[in-house]
Write a protein that binds this ligand. Sequence first.
Ligand code: PSU
Ligand code: MN
Length: 306
Amino acid sequence: MTNTLHINIAPHITQALKENTPVVALESTIITHGMPYPKNVETAREVEKIIQDNGAVPATIAIIDGVIEIGISEAGIEDLAKRQNVLKLSRADLAFAISEQKTGATTVAATMICARLGGIDVFATGGIGGVHRGAELSFDVSADLQELAITDTIVVCAGAKALLDISKTLEVLETGGVPVMAFQTDEFPAFWSRSSGLPCPLRADSAKTIADTFIARRKLNLDGGLLVANPVPAEFELARETIEPAIIQALQDAENEGIRAKDVTPYILDKIFQITNGASLETNIALIKNNAALAAQIAIELVKTR
Ligand code: PSU
Ligand code: MN
């Protein structure tokens, strides 16, 4: 182990950052643990294309054989998706994965850390991790929430997954001092559905408002990121009444099978996929694409301020 950090930024990303071209980071856990093959690879490719079409450069992030890779190639994504035993890496696991030359996908928390190291300000995902239902007993609170409180990256998501306790998730974000901005709505969205029934603390009607808020926050010298909650387009949403029975069933199955810790979210996403006959995946794909487009627009507004 040397003293240098094992980080490899793809040359075209380095060049884009140097030339003040907008760049959008993308996570990899959604590929390896969030969607089945081959839809995961197909989606990753389409998401990158949407970012390009919107005028920004996509940079998918993962740890490959102990190296932080920023801007993985299409072949690299395909390879990652096909590999066996890819780890799910959050803040707690990054150092070990690097020192032991492991291969792992980065969660929202880990992607924020790596994007920051690479100098990328904007990051698009599907839904952030949050406070799980029953957390008062399980203490299951995603590390994504505390990361948002300490690492300054804009994270564009479709809200928190409805399988979580969204009300508690918003409380933890507030405690962490994280600005939570709903895009063109007053409500905090619930991933598969546009509505959670809960108001969002802040509202942004343009990408510029989001970029300006992020810049103002930096000027204030405040630590932490900014969470953008972008509701899934109406034509792709699953109504709360439709998804809720699937969630309840999936949570019950997880309980019966003793699923714990890191395995909970991937397990439940897969169960919901099965129970809804794949409908949940179609919505998941639509919302991540929608987030990618908005993230690109925010990245464009950000570079204008430099
Ligand atoms: N959003 C998706 N699918 C996913 C995830 C998010 O649409 O698979 C992943 C993200 O990487 C997020 C992680 O950080 O789930 C949260 O895991 P946990 O609940 O174990 O913190
Ligand atoms: Mn957890």
